[in-house]
Design a binder for this molecule. Structure first.
Ligand code: C5P
Length: 219
């Protein structure tokens, strides 16, 4: 039968990854972290020193690229496990540039859609409700003020032992917001039929509850 698809979009640090993962786990849905795929491609291209201006070269590289995600959410590029590396500040810095390219977005579209074909799915990213799954059963857009989002992201990095100042994280978040929101293709925007949830003053548990309630009410 038809699968259920829940789209959760929002900016960096809005809490969408933690929320989507938790809700998926609790409801027994599959989970798509689309940002991880954009990060993996960006890591690969930046390690090959291919600039985001060099669209011809990127197109050639994308042809050769295979991306796999296993049931534990580990991600592999051409067979190599890049799960940890894609979360580095280095990737934060470049990912929005590669993600703005039509050739990159186009290549990743089918990979993402395929995941919703056979299983109930919580899909999380920037354009899940607007572009990748326009017919999602429920669309949620999480937002939060930039200071709160930077603090969350900084804490997450600190817990993983990454040394970076709060100010640098804040600056990167602002810059990524700007790039992701202003790009021509699939900009970060709530879908017209998305439910907007401000998570600034909510704990992770509260957001998880809110999302589960929305799913119960609407799906
Ligand atoms: O969600 P996360 O912060 O890991 O996403 C990393 C970057 O990947 C975003 O800043 C954005 O540039 C890109 N992205 C995107 N479309 C998505 C998910 C992520 O362009 N659906």
């Amino acid at each position: 039968g038809k699968t259920i698809i829940i789209a959760i979009d929002g900016p960096a640090g809005s809490g969408k990854s933690s929320v989507a993962r938790r809700v998926a786990e609790e409801l027994g849905f599959a989970y798509l972290d689309s940002g991880a795929i954009y990060r993996a491609v960006s890591l690969y291209l930046s390690q090959k020193c291919i600039s985001s201006d060099d669209v011809a070269k990127i197109e050639v590289e994308l042809e050769k690229l295979t991306i796999q995600i296993d049931y534990q959410q580990r991600i592999f590029v051409n067979g190599a496990d890049v799960t940890g590396e894609i979360r580095s500040p280095k990737v934060d810095e470049v990912v929005s540039f590669y993600s703005s390219l039509p050739v990159v977005r186009h290549r990743l579209l089918s990979i993402q859609r395929k995941l919703g074909d056979r299983q109930n799915l919580i899909a999380e990213g920037r354009d899940m409700g607007t572009v990748v799954f326009p017919n999602a059963d429920l669309k949620i857009f999480l937002k939060a003020n930039a200071r709160t989002r930077a603090a969350r992201r900084w804490k997450e990095l600190a817990e993983r032992g990454v040394e970076i100042s709060y100010d640098d994280v804040y600056y990167q978040i602002i810059q990524r917001d700007e790039l992701d929101s202003k790009r021509k293709l699939s900009p970060l925007l709530p879908a017209e039929d998305a439910i907007i949830l401000d998570t600034s003053d909510l704990t992770l548990e509260e957001v998880v509850e809110a999302v589960k309630n929305l799913i119960k009410e609407c799906v």
